[in-house]
Design a protein around this ligand. Structure first.
Ligand code: NI
Length: 415
């Protein structure tokens, strides 16, 4: 199970590029190993990217609701279709979502959806690492059952090195306050991520205040929702004081620039979040709102939006944005990912530096962040196993697409 990768340039933790041999022992990077030697001359090895907010199965909804606002998008197009989804649909939709992620260099994900066993199966079949956080909502009166399922799933995957469970209370507008509190209380029994959508759209704050009588963040803090295991998705409309509180509590904010912009929800306060020390990571959100699952494009669009908004080209420097796409996630995930050091998981991507987007080679980090062409990704390794080398080595990619197209037609015919 050992591998020796020779002659490639390796993107180190300090962002220097060194030509050195990378040793892999089982699923981790090692100081030395004896094993199959591969010559990767002309290639660059970098850590795989981390997508901290996604709903992989929603590839089945790609392109179905364009040019509409969040409410119409969610209530008219998404929710009626979600009602019809079968476990088989979730499996095939997730499979396609994970294939797209891997092809684009993502090796770790945080997913929030339902039919968690089907999502986990899809992840395992591809060989991608991730958190499957059971989506939780009690608008249908079935909140308790879902919470039990989440716990069951977590226990089942306790010793799983590739897929682990988590808690995904969907949002304040789909969970009652009592239910949200119960989820937080239960989540304290496990050292695993808890993730929810927060202040994604402009009217969420006022709606919550009108119904509950206090500020959303004040409520969440009162029930202990902000801890070191918390990943806040979006946070588009968080104010300065709220960001300071979140920083103090040690929670992580998943910045989803493309999804926020596409749905017209706004630009998240990432400049301020970074200034006050919030741990920021990147997310694609789903293929229904993005429409691609590509963290390289978020690494480019994320800083561009901040710079355009503040008329300041110095916001989010290259190193900072690269860490958002890779190592910052390690603070909140139970996986040693994000840098290529001895002892870390061997989750990496091999990039052809002869690709037009990678020359000249003078500032490789700038090429990676601002000029990257995912077609330059030649191979992807997760946990010491090659899963992609231009084709998928773990699943029959062509057959998956066929099955996906069939599931998509059947789903639409059922509406
Ligand atoms: Ni989302």
């Amino acid at each position: 199970m050992s591998k020796v990768l020779k002659n490639a340039l390796v993107l180190e933790k300090d962002f220097s590029l060194k030509k050195h041999t990378l040793y892999i022992e089982n699923d981790r990077i090692a100081d030395f190993a004896m094993g199959e030697v591969e010559d990767l001359d002309g290639m660059l090895i970098m850590p795989g990217l981390v997508n901290t907010h996604t709903h992989a199965a929603m590839t089945l909804f790609r392109g179905i609701a364009e040019d509409v606002d969040l409410n119409e998008w969610l209530f008219k197009y998404i929710f009626p279709r979600e009602d019809k989804l079968t476990e088989k649909d979730i499996y095939i939709g997730s499979l396609v979502g994970f294939m797209e992620m891997v092809k684009n260099g993502i090796t770790t994900f945080v997913d929030m959806y339902f039919y968690e066993d089907a999502i986990a199966q899809a992840a395992k079949d591809i060989g991608i690492r991730g958190i499957v956080a059971r989506g939780l909502a009690d608008t249908d009166g079935k909140g308790e059952k879902k919470l039990l399922l989440a716990e069951e799933f977590i226990k089942k995957h306790k010793d799983d090195l590739l897929v682990k469970g988590g808690f995904g209370p969907h949002a304040l507008y789909t969970c009652s306050t009592d239910y949200f509190k119960e989820i937080i209380d239960v989540s304290k029994n496990y050292d695993l991520p808890i993730t929810f959508h927060l202040l994604e759209s402009p009217d969420e704050r006022d709606n919550f205040k009108r119904e509950v009588g206090i500020e959303p963040v004040e409520f969440l803090d009162s029930i202990g929702a902000f801890g070191k295991n918390t990943i806040i998705a979006h946070g588009t409309h968080l104010n300065d004081d709220e960001l300071r509180l979140i920083s103090k509590r040690g929670s992580t904010l998943s910045y989803n620039p493309t999804s926020n912009a596409k749905l017209g929800n706004g630009i998240a306060p990432i400049k301020k979040a970074v200034e006050v020390g919030v741990n920021v990571t990147l997310g694609t959100d789903s293929a229904a709102s993005n429409n691609s699952l590509d963290i390289f494009s978020e690494m480019k669009f994320g800083p561009l939006l901040q710079r355009a908004k503040f008329h300041d080209p110095k916001i989010l420097k290259l190193e900072e944005i690269f860490k958002m796409g890779t190592s910052n996630a390690r603070k909140v995930l139970p996986f040693d990912v994000g840098t290529l050091e001895s002892g870390m998981l061997a989750d990496l991507i091999v990039v052809d530096i002869g690709n037009v987007s990678m020359v000249p080679k003078e500032n490789m980090l700038a090429n990676i962040v601002y000029a990257f062409d995912t077609a330059s990704i030649k191979r992807v390794m997760i946990g010491g196993k090659w899963v992609y080398d231009g084709e998928f080595l773990t699943v029959d990619g062509k057959k998956v697409i066929e099955d996906f197209e069939k599931a998509y037609s059947d789903l639409n015919a059922s509406l």
